[in-house]
Ligand binder design. Structure first.
Ligand code: ADP
Ligand code: MG
Length: 704
């Protein structure tokens, strides 16, 4: 970040934290652990909460079940041993009463944290346990100078996030205040404003330096809020500016090819389709064709629920490119899906004489060489594969369209890789995740969006049922009935990254138990992410061929397995899944014309899980479900792998700050309209800040 010091050039933004008074090598190391290396990192380390008189509850007024913060003095503390469980107890006193705070865990540590007379703030839910108590409260040590209860207007005290490691070097919340207070008070530093002055005055935002002062040590609650708005806006503004630059950059890179007309091949393909396209499908094909015939490069996202018929849309568009003598790459997230796409597309390709090939691992070298050769010569017109298609040494003769079937995973297309090969094709990304609009504006802010919001009518319906453990036998019977009728079933166990091993164990044990004790008359198979692609492939094939009746798996099947004979799915520990995930999972059944049954087994009921699962029962509208997911679980769910780096917000929240996001977007896009390359004198700082902090996310774009 560019900065010039105003008066005393003692601290610059990129000065290492070790130059900050009070930071030695040990602290520097602990700070580096949480990403604080420079002065800038430190000053952008914002408080997580604030303490002020209005947020404090008198001990005598505490109500069981409510979240509350108390401030008082430590009186006594003791280790309590009971027959069942020992715990550590600390008593806090304010002018209204005495409160007990207890710790069952980490006793060794907590024993040494407080001494009698310490002024502390404790924050937790009031529990009832032989009287009202705080159990494992969040605590902060205060200084009497900071919190003088006799003063009418006590200060607002910032509380900083901290970790066990930081606490070891006395960087608890109080430690951070001690570090930052002199910096903010003495003002031996000054940042250059990084927002456009016009924007600041139009939106009446605090300046950057005033913002830093107030966000760390606010004078009033009103100005605190203004400082938070300032930094939220700053974050969102640069996010949108980066997306705007990226979008403009893609558009500005002109196509090296042109389609004179749609050609006759699309008509031939169209005539072979055994069903009538939905209105949405027709609309979307037109939207894409408009992009294809434009001289600007296409970067379009096609959103459509599972089963909305994206593949046929992709095929129609591909046949325009092929009909004009170009090649098309069709990429799937996994090899199994690539093969499946290949099989489905080949039916049409053969009917109209399109040369189609598939490139996946496990092909014999001679076969592979032959395919590579045909891609290079241009003989292969439609090439299906995984992302490896554009990454490895695959040479295309004249690639004009890349179609990426992401399902629910947000991969990043490295356009740079293509450009490096002298290619700048149109790109169509397809996703089955219905992304709420606010989020798609950010996640895919650099793309144009088409939506397939209509389902083909002749598909089977899916009935979803919720059962608890007591009714599990009933659920198993439902499966048994279906399998006896020669249909097939999925049984899915949750898989959460952090505890992959535990979950795998759940699936493995579940599989063994089910095979032995519940469905011994059927053939079950287990599928999980730890298997090699070949093993997975093998099991999937057996399942599709019908030799396996029931497939027990972790969520690996989510990514689009198509078996029309599978009519029933049981999801274990449904409360642990994201709603969108369940929605996608159940899209795997009822793929044929027969109705499907999805059974959700709820093992642990909470208020939230109940509300969430209720949503799944009451609607099959993917957008509605994803909105609910977003409200209840936050956006992490949707970010997945897609460029999550730039979505790591320090202070802004893409959901609760939705309105601010809109303002930031229009400010950023307006700025780019008036100065596309940010070359005007007054925008130099903005440009520099963008380049220094965001260029890694802009991929190949170098219009600046
Ligand atoms: P997804 O959007 O999940 O990729 P697919 O493209 O795989 O969906 O389509 C799901 C199924 O619906 C396929 O069997 C496909 O042939 C069929 N399908 C697609 N469009 C229509 C339509 N307009 N009418 C009837 N069936 C359709
Ligand atoms: Mg699909």
């Amino acid at each position: 970040m560019p900065v010039t010091s105003v008066s005393k050039p003692s601290i610059k933004p990129d000065t290492p934290v070790t130059y900050v008074k009070g930071v030695g090598p040990k602290r520097a190391e602990a700070l580096a652990e949480i990403g604080i290396r420079t002065f800038t990192d430190l000053i952008y380390y914002f408080p997580r909460r604030y303490l002020d008189r209005s947020t404090i509850t008198k001990i005598s007024r505490l109500k069981v079940g409510e979240q509350a913060t108390i401030v008082g003095e430590v009186t006594t503390q003791r280790l309590v041993r009971t027959a069942r469980r020992s715990f550590y107890e600390i008593f806090i006193k304010d002018d209204s009463g005495l409160m007990s705070c207890i710790w069952f865990n980490g006793v060794k540590y907590i024993q040494n944290v407080f001494k009698a007379g310490d002024l502390v703030a404790m924050h937790s839910r009031v529990e009832f346990f032989n009287g009202p108590r705080f159990v494992h409260p969040d605590y902060d040590r205060l200084e009497t100078a900071e919190w003088d209860s006799t003063l009418h207007t006590a200060r607002i005290i910032p509380l900083y996030p901290t970790t066990a490691e930081l606490k070891k070097v006395a960087l608890d919340s109080r430690g951070f205040r001690r570090l930052l207070r002199p910096i903010v008070d003495k003002f031996e530093w000054a940042f250059d404003e990084i927002l456009p002055f016009q924007t600041i005055s139009r939106l009446k935002l605090l300046s950057i330096n005033e913002g830093f002062r107030q966000i760390h040590f606010p004078e009033t609650l009103e100005i605190l809020e203004k400082s938070q708005v300032r930094f939220k806006f700053e974050e969102l503004f640069y996010l949108e500016l980066m997306l705007g630059v990226k979008k403009a950059g893609i558009k500005a890179s002109r196509k090296t090819f042109q389609y004179p007309n749609a050609g006759s091949l699309i008509k031939q393909v169209y005539e072979k389709i055994p069903f009538a396209l939905t209105i949405a499908q027709k609309r979307v094909v037109h939207e894409i064709w408009d992009d294809m015939k434009s001289s600007e490069v296409m970067n379009r996202l096609l959103q459509g629920d599972v089963g909305s018929g994206k593949t046929i849309v992709a095929l129609l568009c591909a046949s325009i490119a092929i009909g004009n003598g170009f090649q098309v790459a069709f990429m799937a997230p996994t090899e199994i899906l690539a093969e499946q796409h290949y099989r489905n597309l080949k039916v049409f390709a053969d009917l109209v004489g399109i040369e189609i090939s598939v490139l996946i691992g496990g092909q014999k070298k001679t076969e592979r060489d032959e395919i590579l050769q045909s891609i290079q010569s241009g003989k292969a017109q439609l090439v299906v594969g995984t992302h490896a298609l554009i990454q490895e040494g695959v040479e295309f003769k004249n690639l004009s369209l890349v179609i990426i079937d992401e399902q629910h995973r947000f991969g990043v297309l490295q356009r740079g890789t293509l450009i490096g090969k002298g290619l700048n094709p149109d790109v169509l990304v397809m996703t089955a995740t219905p992304i709420p609009r606010t989020l798609s504006m950010t996640l895919y802010g650099d793309m144009d969006v088409s939506i397939l919001d209509e389902m083909p009518s002749q598909k089977g319906k899916i009935v979803t049922k919720l059962v608890n453990e007591d009714r599990i036998a009933e659920a198993y019977n439902l499966i048994r009935e279906q399998v006896k009728k020669r249909f097939q079933a999925y049984i899915v166990y949750p898989l959460i990254e952090e505890s992959e091993k535990i979950d795998l164990k759940a699936a493995t044990q579940g599989f063994e138990y089910l095979q032995r004790s519940v469905f011994s008359e059927f053939k079950l198979a287990l599928l999980h992410g730890g298997m090699s692609p070949a093993e997975k492939d093998d099991i999937m094939r057996q399942f599709i061929a019908g030799t396996v009746n029931i497939l027990v798996s972790t969520t690996v099947i989510e990514v689009g397995m198509d078996n029309p004979k599978a009519t029933v799915m049981l999801i274990e520990n449904a409360e642990r899944f994201g709603l969108t995930q369940i929605h996608q999972l159940r899209g795997r059944i009822g793929r044929g014309k027969t109705d499907g049954i999805c059974i959700l087994v709820e093992r642990k009921r909470t208020e939230i899980s109940q509300r969430r699962l209720q949503t799944i029962l009451s609607t099959t509208d993917g957008f509605e479900i994803s909105e609910e997911d977003l409200k209840l679980r936050g956006p992490g769910e949707f970010y997945g792998a897609r460029q999550h780096g730039f979505l790591k917000m320090k202070i802004a929240d893409l959901i609760t700050d939705k309105e601010l996001l809109k303002v930031a977007r229009s400010e950023a896009f307006d700025l780019l309209k008036s100065d596309p390359h940010l070359r005007k004198q007054e925008n130099i700082r903005v440009r520099n800040h963008l380049l220094t902090n965001y260029s890694e996310y802009m991929d190949f774009v170098n219009i600046l």
